[in-house]
Design a protein around this ligand. Structure first.
Ligand code: WT7
Length: 648
């Protein structure tokens, strides 16, 4: 019998994969006419919005009179929490499990829609008692525990704008995001478990927070005796036990803000992506159902991302709950307590739809087929990926080993900014080509354009989105000018500049190449080179730093930092490397630590002083150097080349 390797090798030649027999017959979206229907695109989106409960119907579907500031479902009123929870309870589905939560030590808690309904009402009342009201920003810094769901939805229920900070970010990053968003309330946890250890989250937050916030709600999850400050800090459980049981959701304006999520841009200052109520929920509910072929009564869906990223917001929380989905929520890492934990979870809960990042798939490939092979994965009928381009080999492994060759894969392209999936293959309607995300979803118009903004029919260029869409960001929080400049300046106010390069093939399929700005994608996590550089140069011994994303087999891109030290000192030692990496961990988060540090006597700069990162990438990845004639000092490159050779 052919080995797995041989089989995968053979499949590499197969250009496209069709859905399995019978898939189309049972699919939620089975009629290709949807692509034509979406031509009348305001009507199309209005119809998607109608699947939600509106307290007041909108009178205008789209107001694009002041581009690029879009307004969707103008005049409409709805409450996100009501749509995600109450209406399912009212429809008699209160006993349906919303989340099978699994803790690191194996504890299982099944949280029903009725459970969520109870806790969200109480927490909404508690927050109100604490003085939080509509339009206030609430920072949330929590791990993957059920309380994060309750917190986000309690905010949505009262119209407070949540600002979730991924648990892997450092306390320093939390402080910064609280400062930028002017949050006065923080919801956090005493400690967070990770791979058998407990990190003292509250204590670490206390060290940096000063009097930045008025109120901190602490979920006492691990009972590690975290410090509590009288009059400022409140235990979540105590608040819940004292709170009134009933809360009437207040209808929000369709354009009221729902949340801010900070993401990395070209400069060191993160961008506060602002999402609003009606359009966002319309976008995530529709895409979650159509792309994942979701049948809420039958499916068990698992998105293995973290709630702290947009994937978690849209496809762990809002999309799935709006659709009444039963999801899995896993507290821990993919390799703890053992490298088969993911597959044990799939088997235990009979997961039917799984959504994760290519990085995770590559890690699983590396760990070996013996881990998935220990488990019955036959429940899986649809697989998804997100966050970075997937290499065909990892795609095939996912398809064959995890999906057993019978589950279509949807490679979903989107961004924090887009709010919802934009490009993918509707699983019953389009074949998939490993490595290509597919085509724009109905209701979305994407294109590849050249430097002048002209459509490239077949070939490479800038990826753009042509029309406003309901789940799009509305602005950068408190930075309207930066919003216009970043996304709408290059090709005009009707054209959203994505920031990715892409190729369109003869069949109209999009192949994402990567970022065109100084954003690095490490394991599907977005980082700005400027952000990492500024953390590195904050070390007193460092004079200058240039960071690049270097192609990496495991993480897609990895951070390589070229570092120039203060004074005449030439090279640093291993201790200094550790110090620099630690500095980045405490400034940003462990996931941002440079994998490789290269000591540089000088950096390649143009005559105007701009660092030429392209050359640094060439040199780090061992390529022939491009044009160096524009450099102020062309000798710099020869010196650097010498350094790299010494090391390797
Ligand atoms: C950037 C957005 C969308 C949630 C996770 C990341 C890259 C995203 C894909 C994909 C190739 C992808 C792009 C994009 N990206 N999905 N399926 N194929 N690249 O959200 O942190 O806002 O990052 O991730 O470069 O611009 P994000």
């Amino acid at each position: 019998m052919a080995t797995l390797e041989d089989q995968l090798e053979e499949l590499l030649d197969q250009e496209s994969f069709s859905p399995p027999d019978g898939f189309k017959e049972q699919a939620v979206v089975a009629d290709a006419a949807i692509y034509d229907q979406a031509e009348d695109y305001e009507a199309f989106w209005a119809e998607r919005a109608s699947s939600l409960h509106w307290d007041t119907k909108w009178d205008q579907t789209l107001d694009w009179s002041n581009p690029p500031f879009a307004k969707w479902f103008v005049g409409g009123k709805l409450n996100v929490a009501y749509n995600c929870v109450d209406r399912h309870v009212e429809a008699g589905n209160g006993e349906r499990v919303a989340y099978h939560w699994l803790g690191e030590e194996g504890e299982q808690v099944d949280i029903t829609y009725a459970d969520l309904h109870r806790d969200i009402q109480k927490f909404a009342n508690a927050l109100t008692e604490l003085g939080v009201s509509k339009g206030d920003v609430v920072a949330i810094y929590l791990p993957m525990i059920p309380e994060v769901v309750v917190s986000m939805l309690a905010c949505a229920r009262i119209g407070a704008i949540h600002n979730v900070v991924f648990g892997g970010f450092s306390a320093e990053s939390v402080r910064e995001r609280i400062e930028f968003s002017e949050a006065k309330t923080l919801i956090t946890v005493d400690g967070a478990r990770r791979k058998g250890k407990t990190a003292p989250i509250k204590e670490t937050v206390d060290e940096v927070i000063g009097d930045l916030v008025d109120t901190i709600v602490v979920v006492e999850k691990t009972g590690n005796g975290a410090p509590m400050k009288e009059g400022r800090d409140y235990a979540y459980e105590t608040l819940l036990s004292k709170a009134a049981a009933e809360h009437t959701p207040e209808p929000m304006d369709a354009e009221d803000p729902l949340y801010i999520l900070y993401t990395s841009g070209s400069t060191a200052k993160p961008k506060g992506i602002l999402h609003t109520t009606g359009g966002y929920l319309t976008g995530v509910a529709y895409t979650h159902k159509a792309v994942f072929d979701l049948k809420p009564e039958e499916d068990v869906y698992w998105c293995a991302a973290d709630v702290g990223w947009v994937t978690g917001h849209s496809y762990i929380i809002y999309g799935p709950l709006a659709n009444g989905t039963t999801s899995v929520m896993w507290e821990g890492a993919p390799d703890y307590p053992a490298k088969d934990i993911w597959w044990e979870i799939v088997e235990r809960f009979k997961v039917t739809i799984m959504y994760c990042a290519p990085t995770a798939i590559r890690a699983c490939m590396k760990w070996g087929v013996e881990h998935p092979e220990k488990h019955d994965l036959s429940s899986l009928r649809l697989l998804g990926t997100v966050g970075e381009p997937i290499n065909p080999k990892a795609w095939l492994w996912y398809w064959k080993v995890i999906g057993g060759g019978k589950a279509p894969i949807v490679d979903t392209w989107w961004q924090t900014e887009t709010g919802a999936i934009m490009i993918t293959t509707l699983p019953a309607l389009l074949d998939t080509k490993p490595g290509s995300a597919g085509k724009p979803l109905p209701g979305i118009e994407a294109a590849v354009v050249d430097e002048d903004g002209k459509d490239v029919d077949e070939g490479q260029g800038y990826l753009i989105l042509k029309r406003p869409w309901p789940a799009m960001l509305r602005t950068l929080y408190k930075e309207d000018d930066r919003f216009v400049e970043t996304y709408w300046a290059k090709f005009g106010k009707d054209t959203y500049l994505v920031g990715d390069a892409a190729r369109k093939d003869a069949d109209g399929y999009f192949w994402i190449i990567g970022r065109i700005d100084d954003v690095v994608n490490v394991s599907g996590h977005r980082l700005s080179t400027a952000e990492v550089e500024s953390a590195i140069v904050s070390h007193p011994k460092v004079a200058e730093a240039a960071v690049i994303g270097q192609a990496d087999e495991d993480t897609g891109q990895a951070i390589t930092a070229f570092v120039t030290l203060e004074g005449a000192v030439d090279d640093g030692d291993d201790a200094l490397i550790d110090e620099i990496r630690e500095r980045v961990a405490s400034r940003i988060g462990k996931f941002a630590r440079p994998k490789r540090i290269i000591w540089a006597g000088d950096l390649p700069k143009t005559r105007s002083g701009k660092i030429m990162r392209r050359l640094l990438r060439d040199i780090a990845e061992g390529r022939e150097l491009g044009d160096v004639t524009t450099l102020r000092d062309p000798d710099v490159m020869a010196q650097l080349e010498g350094k790299i050779k010494e090391r390797d």
